[in-house]
Design a binder for this molecule. Sequence first.
Ligand SMILES: *Cc1c(COP(=O)(O)O)cnc(C)c1O
Length: 810
Amino acid sequence: MADLEDGSTETDAFPDVPLPGPELARVLDARLAEVPGWHAPDDPVRLGFAMTAPHALALDAFGRFAERNPNNVGVHTRFGDGVRGTRRLEREAVLALAGLLHADAADGYLTGGANEGTLAGLRVGRNALRAAGAGRVVVLASALTHHSVAKAAEILDLELRLCPAGPSWLLEAGAVDAALDALAAETGADARTGVVVVSTAGYYNTGLVDPVDAIAGVLAGRAAGGGNLSVFHHVDAAHGGMILPFTAPEVPFDFRSPYVHSIVLDPHKSGLMPYSCGVFLCRKGLLGHGAVPAPMSGFVDETISGSRSGAMAAALWSLVFGLAADGYREVFRDCLRVRDRLADAIRAADPDAVVLPSPGNTVVVAGFSHGDGRLPAELAERYRLVGNTLPWTAPDGSTGDRLFHHFYAMPHLTPAQVDGFAAALAGSLADAARTPRRDAPAAPAAPAAELRDLRRSSVCLRHLVVHPPGRRDPDDHPHAYSFHTFQDRAGLGEQLAARPWTGDDGSPTGLYVYAPDLEAPFANELFGVTDPGRYSLEVLDRNQQKLSLVGAAHFAVFGPEPRTPDRPVVLANFHADGTLRSVEYKYGDRRYNDEVQVFADHVVVKIGKDARSVRRDGDDYSFSLDTSLELRLRLTDDDAVPRITRVARHADPALPRRRHLLRGQYRRFPNRFFDTVVDMTAGRRHEARWPAAGPVPSGSEGPLLARSALLDLVRVTPSVSGGALSVRLTAVGGPGTAAFTVPLGLGARLPGLLPGIAVGEPETLDPAEVVAWAARLHPRLGPLREAALARGGQRRLSVPDEVAGRTERT
Ligand SMILES: *Cc1c(COP(=O)(O)O)cnc(C)c1O
């Protein structure tokens, strides 16, 4: 599979030969089994998402038409268009939906969903406003608007202005008016600003409907009153648009207000259609603002999508005409009953909860009274519930953010499922009420100045983020153990405790020990000992040892002379059994460096290892696993000629790459990114020059480029001579050069030099053992750092004779 063990992802080979039929069926069956159904006992009950089971009429029509693969490219609601086949079915379905939304005349087409429909609406709006003379076009919406609005604004390069969600959670007409006043004031007398106002009929996490008619009234007044603004009004009716006309036809969210220009519906969300089916509708005369001629195909394209499924049009038609208003009314009447049943169940389980069924819509919003409104994880998982923080005004008038959950009463829900949920909710809320709240850790007394840094940080940036205490064993939740769920240690209220380490006679040693909990030093994340200006040794607890990619204990030398770009931090990493894993030389700063890792049987050179995004409150996360170029040299016990066995080009180092994922994008630990990976082999005893002449055979076109921490964009040239690997960096944009030189035999000598102690059962360790181990390692590792000082850009790694001699004697 494409996820590799080292935490990166590569492509799969395209299969050469077909899978045999039974094998194909077996795999498909297995994947199908992973897709939940609707009513089997083990299926989750989808209560927190608006999706629902598609209607059989739609599935049947889709299947019948799919075989002919009709293409409904273009728009079919014009005079003389849409007269045959699936284009006729699309025209009839779209115009009937426009009629349902009280348009006298409209154009429209089926989209892939509401994202695309909103993009279409904002595009038509922008172009129409520009045609009206607007130089600048702004999108105005509520802060609670679906993210598809921000996405469309980003695609269209429009400024987005969000009105804060007030106590009503709605975009109020007064707020729109005030925002328009502000925009008018910003616009010069001889300029014109276009404003695309987006209102929502059925907010995703509340189900509530904006006062679309009042907003439209404000816009109509602006249009009639002159001034320097032009306005366009798009309604996101993705959730409510297929429900309100059948449950609450009096709610004026649609074309009955003249100042509504376009609307998006989402039949695959609330119209009983399968994915992907949205509908974009707009008033006559507007769609042409997005017209692009398609001379090769002989038509004019006014859509975002291009080729579209005619079978989907047939499916939608079969619901519009096969269910019709009577059918939809019946479906949603039942849903509202289920919604009220859900609301009753919530009130019964938590009489102090805030429970808000949304008028006319199938949504209930609930703020629970226990545990900051949170629901137990098992309940949230089984019922697919998600919470959202919303502004809340309490009955006493105080305001603040509060966690709310939303519940969708969609057609697939059975009374038995609602009753099951009611019982599960009552049970778990009763448990929550019984369990006393865990007190926040008491704030420790202010530490002495020299301990302050220790309390904030460990040598390894990884330990700045942790899971909450009690949830640190990755085996307990293998599917959820990801960076996604890591939290900032300080944010958890947890700091590393630190205290001076005293000698046997009670005298100060200058050393300090630290751990999250010094009462149980080896039971929680890590235990460290440090000479603050020189070195530290950290032993990981059992859970961290399971997670660690670099061994169970780390010794780091970073002083006495402070780190500079030319003076590395040197790290020795040990396995749980006490054997040496690797020695790492990191040049650069703590968060961005070029480094060399020396193992017994291989050498890894990392150019541009980037952890600059590990920040206390940043949303941009890397955990130092982002490397521009990684060269991996595998050593064999012979004199084999060096060879580049593979160059994998994952990204272009010359282009700005999004170097770190956002917090919400992490799924699993570890997570690595490379621009380029170079695999090499060489015999440990190879002495001759390689390459003998000419450019390095990099295995593909062009030189190897990387973003170096030291020199920015560089050409990377590996070579071998005199029994050492040399990796030369030559700056592309300037005069700088640097080279890393690693004797091929270095890694084999290091384990003898750096003996460890077994730490695989950390709870059995005594802090004194670890302190003594550190004291033994320092005189051996410290000189490696001194020997690795850069001289004229040359970084030559070696073991100084006096240290080598000392080990040979011991
Ligand atoms: C679901 C939803 C969308 C996005 O719809 P897609 O079909 O996923 O593109 C947009 N707006 C609202 C209010 C929604 O509920």
